[in-house]
Design a protein around this ligand. Structure first.
Ligand code: NAD
Length: 290
C-alpha cells in the first residue's frame, strides 16, 4: 500500500519504519531533519500525502494537527483514509474529521497507548474513532504497528477513550505514590505494602505493573532513577486535555482537576520535568503535611 506518514518523531519514526519493514511503500515528512529506515522523505507534508492510499499523522498537538490537515486535505484523493495517531484535544479531532469527511476522505482518530517501546516493537494499542469503513481501511496497518485496535465509536471517540484512560492513570499514580509515602511515615516496609496492596482491593496497574517504589514489584522506571518511561510532562499534557474536554462537556472531574494541578506544580515549579511520572513518589517522600 502507498502510505504517507507525517511526523516522524519518537513515536512516528519507528511506526513508519515498521510499516516499511512490512513491505509498504512509505513516504514520510517531518519538519526536523530525520532519517528513517525504509522510508522515502518528501519535501512537504502535501507531497507525502498526495497519491497516498492512507495518510498517517503523528504530531505534537491539536493546533499542529489542524495546520497540517489544512495543508494535506486539499491534495488527498477521494476515499483516502486520514489516520491521526497523535494525542490531541477532542474538539480538534472532530473538526479535522469533519473537514476530511467533507472532502470525501475517510478520517480516523487513533491515539495510541504503549509509548516509544511499543512503537518500536509494534505492540501499540490503538483506540479509534470514525466510520466502520474508515476503521476497516486502517485496521491492517494497526495490526502491523500494534497488538490491539479497538473501534470506540464515531470521530473523537478514540481521543475520548485515550484521555479518560490517562486521567485514571494520573489519578491512580498519585494515589499509589501518596500511599507509599504515608506507609513510610507509618513505619510500614515497602515490600510488605506491595505484597498486601497488589493482592488486595487497592491494586491497580500503577501498583502491580509499574510500581513507583524502587526495588519493589516488577522492573519499572523507579528502578532506573525515574528516567522515563512516560515523562511527567506528557502525563501533564494528557491531564490538561482531559480537563479541557471536561470543561467543554460540563463534566465534574474533581480528582482529574487536582491531578492536573499536582503534575503542573511538579513539572513547572519543581523537579518533575524530564522525569518519569512515577517520580511523584520521591516528591511526596520529601514533603510533610503543610
Ligand atoms: P515528538 O516530538 O518526538 O514527535 C513529533 C514530531 O512531529 C517531531 O519530529 C516534529 O518535528 C514533527 N512536527 C511538528 N510539526 C510538524 C509539522 N507541521 N509537519 C511535520 N512534522 C511536524 O513526539 P512523540 O513522542 O513522537 O509524540 C507524538 C504524539 O504521540 C503526541 O501527540 C504524543 O502525545 C503522543 N504519544 C506519545 C507517547 C510517548 O511516549 N512519546 C505515547 C503515546 C502517545
Amino acid at each position: 500500500m502507498k502510505i504517507g506518514f507525517i511526523g516522524l518523531g519518537n513515536m512516528g519514526g519507528p511506526m513508519a519504519a515498521n510499516l516499511a519493514a512490512a513491505g509498504h511503500d512509505v513516504t514520510g515528512f517531518d519538519m526536523a531533519d530525520v532519517a528513517i529506515e525504509g522510508v522515502q522523505l518528501a519535501d512537504t507534508g502535501a507531497e507525502a500525502a498526495k497519491d497516498a492510499e492512507i495518510v498517517i499523522t503523528m504530531l505534537p498537538n491539536g493546533a499542529i494537527l489542524r495546520a497540517v490537515a489544512a495543508e494535506i486535505v486539499p491534495v488527498m484523493s477521494t476515499g483516502t483514509a486520514f489516520v491521526d495517531c497523535s494525542t490531541v484535544d477532542v474538539d480538534s479531532a472532530r473538526a479535522v474529521a469533519a473537514d476530511a469527511t467533507n472532502a470525501g476522505l475517510l478520517p480516523v482518530d487513533a491515539p495510541v497507548s504503549g509509548g516509544v517501546g511499543g512503537a518500536s516493537a509494534g505492540t501499540l494499542t490503538f483506540m479509534a474513532g470514525g466510520s466502520a469503513d474508515a476503521f476497516a481501511k486502517a485496521d491492517p496497518l494497526f495490526d502491523i504497528m500494534g497488538q490491539k485496535a479497538v473501534h470506540c465509536g464515531a470521530s473523537g471517540a478514540g481521543q475520548a477513550a485515550k484521555i479518560c484512560n490517562n486521567m485514571i492513570l494520573g489519578v491512580t499514580m498519585i494515589a499509589t505514590c501518596e500511599a507509599f509515602a504515608l506507609a513510610d511515615k507509618l513505619g510500614l516496609d515497602r515490600q510488605k505494602m506491595f505484597d498486601v496492596v497488589s493482592t488486595s482491593s487497592g491494586y491497580s496497574w500503577t501498583m502491580n505493573a509499574y510500581c513507583p517504589a524502587p526495588g519493589v514489584g516488577p522492573q519499572s522506571p523507579a528502578d532506573n532513577g525515574y528516567q522515563p518511561g512516560f515523562a511527567s510532562e506528557l502525563m501533564l499534557k494528557d491531564l490538561r486535555l482531559s480537563q479541557q474536554a471536561a470543561q467543554s462537556a460540563d463534566a465534574d472531574t474533581p480528582l482529574g482537576q487536582h491531578a492536573t494541578a499536582l503534575y503542573e506544580q511538579f513539572v513547572e515549579n519543581e523537579t518533575g520535568l524530564g522525569t518519569d511520572f512515577s517520580a511523584m513518589l520521591p516528591r511526596f517522600e520529601k514533603r510533610g503535611r503543610s
